[in-house]
Design a protein. Structure first.
Lengths: 263, 160
């Protein structure tokens, strides 16, 4: 038999029963919590109810100096608001506006269903969990815990995977993402967009940062960013230097798909 | 029932992707179905259900790979080939050999190879499940073939 025939002939293995019990237990958990919450409410925990009541769509929600609040996003997840946060929920879609403060979003939904607008970027959920912060000046920061997030602002798009963060600047949009385990000097170089320092400090995994940097530097600087990426990761056959330097969208997408396996 | 209909294929795909690691395969299967059950109400039929399910499996396996990054388990001497299901000893031996060869493929080639041959998906379906172009799928499968052939030759050499 050829390898392909052998692969086709691989048997389907029966999933162990304990998986289903674990799923049931996970599904039951919310009810345990709901019962516990009901008892708590009966004992006078109305403050808890106030903190978790359904959010009024279309209105601004503000948390106080020390208060937090959890808001369900339909049945696809929830958003936890930190103190001093101001958020609005669009009544007609899974869309919110974060004017200031910090939220922790946990979403399980098809990509691009849930969106948050901030003064410096639009955060498009690609199925994930993240912490998003924005200050009174409109500058922001995102830390992705699971999955991917796309930060979109005019022509700028920054794709941030789990384990990475990205700053956003008012009227400038998203910066370039970097992994949490980078050195302090590398992170500072990214924040001030110091191309030379970024290039000299990049590791193989930092092609995430370099792939974005390539699209932000002036055309004359692109060759040295390109060369650094190809030093860290072999150039895939379908990616040509010429097209990459011209920032041809399809070429960049194919290249990202290949690089992303190391991110 | 959704779980009954798909659990064995999801578990098997995860098991073969994670080098026969039954613990991780169970965890992936659990996560996939929890995500599926939570978000099924959002499924609007604008994409094939099988593509959506496979996309969940692929993403969960990739997340699992990321979590294991740097602490990749060594390959066991004998992969847990489902010998109990094999009536033919020669077939069981072939399954074990091909699984060892698949196990050493880098994840970016291992997943499309499994989707193509174990799951029987078309290039178009794989491209939907992996959220990449058909060109990328074709290139990865082609490179996966070459690596698989090298690996099989090596394994045969070891046995000889």
């Amino acid at each position: 038999m050829t390898p392909e025939q052998q692969l086709r002939a691989l048997p389907v293995v029966k999933a162990p029963d304990h998986i289903w019990y674990a799923i049931q237990a996970q599904q039951r958990n919310p009810w345990h919590w709901a019962r516990a919450a009901a008892v708590f409410l009966a004992l006078g925990g109305s403050a808890l109810w106030l903190a978790s009541r359904p959010a009024p769509s279309g209105q601004w929600i503000e948390t106080g100096l020390t208060a937090t609040r959890t808001i369900p996003i339909g049945s696809i997840g929830h958003v936890e608001l930190a103190p001093q946060t101001r958020l609005r929920i669009d009544p007609n879609s899974y869309r919110m506006t974060l004017a200031r403060g910090e939220i922790h979003a946990t979403v399980v939904a098809p990509p691009r269903l849930f969106v948050i607008d901030t003064p410096s970027t639009t955060v498009v959920d690609l199925g994930c969990e993240y912490i998003l912060r924005t200050d009174d000046d409109g500058n922001g920061f995102i830390k992705v815990i699971k999955g991917w997030v796309s930060l979109e602002w005019g022509d700028y798009i920054s794709l941030v995977p789990a384990g990475a963060s990205c700053s956003t600047r008012a009227k400038q949009g998203p910066g370039i993402p970097y992994f949490h385990d980078v050195s302090d000097s590398f992170r500072e170089a990214v924040e001030r967009m110091d191309t030379s320092a970024i290039l000299s400090g990049a590791r193989a995994r930092d092609t995430l940062t370099l792939w974005h940097l390539l699209q932000r530097v002036p055309a004359a600087e692109r060759p040295r960013v390109f060369d650094k990426i190809t030093k860290l990761a072999p150039l895939p056959a379908m990616v040509s230097r010429e097209r990459a330097l011209q920032l041809e969208p399809e070429t960049l997408r194919l290249w990202r798909e290949e690089l992303a396996w190391t991110w | 029932m959704l779980y009954e209909a798909h659990k064995d294929r999801v578990y098997s795909l995860a098991l073969y992707f994670f080098h026969g690691d039954a613990f991780t395969a169970s965890d992936v299967t659990q996560q996939v179905f929890l995500k599926l059950m939570t978000s099924i109400v959002q499924y609007r039929g604008d994409s094939n259900f099988s593509t959506w399910l496979h996309r969940l499996v692929v993403n969960t396996c990739i997340d699992g790979t990321r979590r294991r990054q740097g602490k990749e388990l060594p390959l066991p001497d004998t992969l847990p080939s489902p010998r109990s299901l094999e009536s033919d000893a020669q077939h069981a031996e072939a399954s074990s050999t091909i699984l060892r060869a698949v196990s050493v493929l880098p994840p970016e080639f291992r997943m499309p190879i499994l989707l193509r041959y174990f799951e029987g998906l078309s290039y178009e379906e794989i491209s939907g499940a992996m959220n990449c172009s058909m060109g990328t799928v074709a290139s990865r499968i082609s490179r996966g073939h070459k690596l698989l052939a090298e690996s099989l030759a090596h394994l045969k050499g070891d046995r000889a």
